[in-house]
Design a protein around this ligand. Sequence first.
Ligand code: HPA
Length: 274
Amino acid sequence: MTNAHPLEAAASPFEVARTAASDIARLTGVERHDIAVTLGSGWGRAAELIGETVAEIPATEVTGFSKPALEGHVGTIRSLRTAGGRHVLVIGARTHYYEGHGVRRVVHSVRTAAATGATTMVLTNGAGGIRETWRAGQPVLISDHINLTADSPLEGATFIDLTDLYSARLREIARSVDPSLDEGVYCQFRGPHYETPAEVRMARAIGGDIVGMSTALEAIAAREAGMEVLGFSLITNLAAGISPDPLSHEEVIDAGRQAEPVISGLLAKVIERL
Ligand code: HPA
């Protein structure tokens, strides 16, 4: 007997997402959410500032969610209420593509967020910066992406338009909070190794500004679900070869910790205006 993961066994990943959404409604007591936020490295403390916590549940109690593979990623799902009375679903447990469990597991949180009623998906991450003018600890908006995973969350002949995937309207709102916010094109690599300097040069040559291991596949699934997407990267380090120093996971986590108070405040203010 195999003990298949619900997403592997299911005919439709959307059905599993609907079950997960009803788990969330039952466990949080909140029937519908308006906005969903995925917190990547460095963004963890934003939840406290976004609104009051209505409920916090371990992600593992929700159908289809897995334990986070990584230290620095919080494995809880929270339901918050903003000062304006809107319900925000905060996803602290991201499943990364490099974990090798397939794309359904990677985008399950996004599909679940859509099934809870959320029409806006805010995706945040920690990433490497390709532009020399950027510094570790700086948040940037994602303006577009290049998906280098050679994979897609879409199944079958599902043709989805990705023009304006990272909503220009939402980026404008973010810049109304912080006019100094720069923006760039996010390249999703498979990981979990960091890129080689040659790969970073390639990313730059094809139009990339940011290198990371998440977000693009999630953004595609969010668009498929009809959500408006806002993406933020915290530049935790200059990408390999841009910085003369070798990369380390500790450096990434440290940069996140140091930037956390500032970027968390920024994110909370932006969400209040969405
Ligand atoms: N590359 C890929 N992913 C990352 C990086 C990087 O330089 N920094 C943080 N996440």
